[in-house]
Design a protein around this ligand. Sequence first.
Ligand SMILES: [Zn+2]
Length: 280
Amino acid sequence: MPELPEVEIVSRGLDEAFVGHRLTGVIRRFGQLRWPIPENLQSAILGPGPAAGAGILRSVQRRSKYLLLAFDTGTLLIHLGMSGTLRRLPAGTATRAHDHVDFVFGEQVLRFNDPRRFGAVLWCAGSAGAVGSHALLRRLGVEPFSDAFTGRLMYEATRRRKVSIKQALLSGAIVVGVGNIYASESLFRAGIRPTIAAGRISRPRYDRLVVAVRETLAEAIAAGGSSLRDFVASTGESGYFQLQCFVYGREGRPCRVCGTTVRAIRQQQRATFYCATCQR
Ligand SMILES: [Zn+2]
């Protein structure tokens, strides 16, 4: 499943390849993803009449794991779901199974493929207001690289919360993009036991956790940069790039820092890995 670092890489790839280019058509093959792909997508993007900026992709941004492609008429929301990929191809390239939609930009095509169909391609018309107020976006937690993500925020949002810190990170309600591997790795770096109630963690420890989350995600993004070529996204499976894990997936092996055997437990049906010596 594509995680935040992978979506960030896709976002940068789209920015490089397509921003400033003019969309000339949309080819919709199979409309049913998590929600139906709008049938009128091409006319929605291009607008009602001839306009100088019609179809020009103005910017690409990422919000959580949503890609936001801004045109003068509104914003295209794309989510890769469990198995979605976006590829940049020469126009006219033969399709394969699960190629759901093409965004044609003259000589090149942005093609969305999704075998499991949990992805989404949606349109948010500019007339409907700021894209951030869209139902899918408005309740998301803060971005991990934004100034809003602070130890103080984590501390204040978790007072009297009995939920474990691992769950608090994974929920996305406070901060987005800390998937299962990144939660285990960030908590290791911050020296925090994943099972501790979020409400019992001190402010200084949350300050360290914020730094650890940013470092972990930044390393994954840096590792993923090399996977970007003709494929705007790598295959969904590659997921976590080549992150050098301290604890994730290392059950029974010695901690890289202290040598204690790394433990694995289940929290809410998800695997958690930690070192009982380094993490308290
Ligand atoms: Zn250790």
